[in-house]
Ligand binder design. Structure first.
Ligand SMILES: [Zn+2]
Length: 65
């Protein structure tokens, strides 16, 4: 959905992108990770992607024992 800009449920190309939304995941929120939401305007299906892979890698590093 992120790369193809195509809804996997109804094959619509009418995809709305909402950048910088914080996830409902409180752990991700505390790490300042913002997930981009992709919403299909035809059927309402939505996906969340963390676009900031650099920040994601940094967080992963911090989670190591
Ligand atoms: Zn759809």
């Amino acid at each position: 959905m992120k790369n193809a800009k195509l809804c996997p449920k109804c094959d619509s190309h009418d995809i709305l992108r909402l950048p910088g939304q914080y996830s409902g995941n409180s752990a991700a929120q505390s790490q300042n990770l913002a997930a981009t939401q992709y919403i299909c305007c035809k059927c309402g299906y939505s996906e969340e992607w963390f676009d900031d892979l650099k920040e994601l890698a940094k967080t992963k590093e911090q989670q190591r024992p």
